[in-house]
Design a protein around this ligand. Structure first.
Ligand code: PDD
Length: 301
């Protein structure tokens, strides 16, 4: 039976109840985190808790727990779960209100919820073959750096991919790559890793930061800057990253094979190995670095 946490209590998930007057339910007035856990060790927990704090600050909600209390909460959920590899979900909403009113209530009692699920990282076959994606104009708001539970736009955007039989929707705003509907996106061009800038138009992923750190540590040149729609279409490689998907190659975009853009230069990494429509050589390197890094972190704590 799955154990959940709700407002100070650990209880079976099936018994957890919140008020229908909760602002999380009525307004999506809340924030959340998803933390991967490998062999019962949370990965990058401090960074996730720091982002949770930034999201709370952005919605002007005081953190109901101290960092130590969050760590203890996560520790207990992880210890009680049946799986070794887990995905911990944490959510804080502005809590229940007496009457429906958009303005913040005078007295706020936040609702704190925690849940553990089995971590299902992409199957080996997906890692070897990659996934297909579509693109769409980003019609979300201008505070995408907040990890908000108001995810209707993200859900609508993800469904565009699902309806097309694809794994993810790449979001473009005014011709510039933002991110995926629930992931960050990287582009490889002529041996250089390109990453969209951290700003209010995207969520800075914890995995995004790990990938940039690994690139620096292994001498892979990277640039963090605006990436145009044209550069996305001419990419040698496209990747998506998230806490649950880790690093995954996108091998097809809007029906076109990635790496077949006709712009691959002689001597570019694409020219030296993998065919278009398959995960590229730099992806394979990064995938290996990521798995090694995970193993080292889990071994050393
Ligand atoms: N989502 N951008 C968006 C819009 C996301 O929803 C996510 C992750 C990311 C990647 O962030 P991270 O590397 O910290 O997981 C980027 C989580 C997994 C989710 O909503 O389930």
């Amino acid at each position: 039976m799955t154990t959940a946490y709700l407002n100070g209590e650990f209880l079976p998930l099936a018994e957890a109840r919140v008020s229908p007057m909760d602002r999380g339910f009525l307004f999506g007035d809340g924030i959340y985190e998803v933390i991967p856990v490998y062999s019962r060790r949370p990965f990058r927990l401090d960074e996730h808790l720091a982002r949770l704090q930034r999201s709370l600050d952005a919605i002007r909600l005081a953190n109901p727990l101290t960092p130590d209390a969050w760590r203890a909460l996560v520790g207990r959920l992880v210890a009680e779960a049946e799986w070794n590899d887990q995905s911990v979900y944490l959510q804080v909403t502005r809590g229940p209100m007496a009457v429906r009113n958009h303005a913040f209530p005078a007295t706020v009692t936040p609702t704190v919820f925690g849940l553990v699920e089995a971590l299902v990282t992409p199957a080996a076959e997906l890692c070897e073959k990659g996934v297909a994606a579509v693109s769409a104009p980003d019609f979300r708001w201008l505070r995408c750096n907040i990890k908000s539970t108001s995810l209707l736009a993200n859900c609508l955007l993800r469904q565009i991919a699902v309806d097309a039989g694809c794994a993810e929707t790449l979001l473009l705003r005014d011709g510039i790559l933002a991110e995926g509907s629930a992931s960050n996106i990287f582009v490889v061009r002529n041996g250089v890793l390109l990453a969209p800038q951290k700003n209010h138009l995207m969520l800075t992923g914890i995995t995004y930061d790990v990938v940039l750190e690994l690139a620096a540590a292994h001498g892979l040149p990277s640039e963090v800057r605006d990436i145009t729609d044209a550069e996305v279409r001419a990419a040698d490689e496209l990747w998506l990253t998230s806490s649950t998907k880790e690093v995954l190659a996108i091998v097809e975009l809007d029906g076109q094979k990635v790496g077949a853009g006709g712009t691959a230069l002689a001597g570019s990494p694409r020219d030296m190995g993998t065919a278009a429509g398959l995960p590229g050589p730099i992806f394979k390197q990064m995938y290996g670095w990521y798995q090694d890094f995970k193993r080292d972190v889990m071994r050393c704590g």
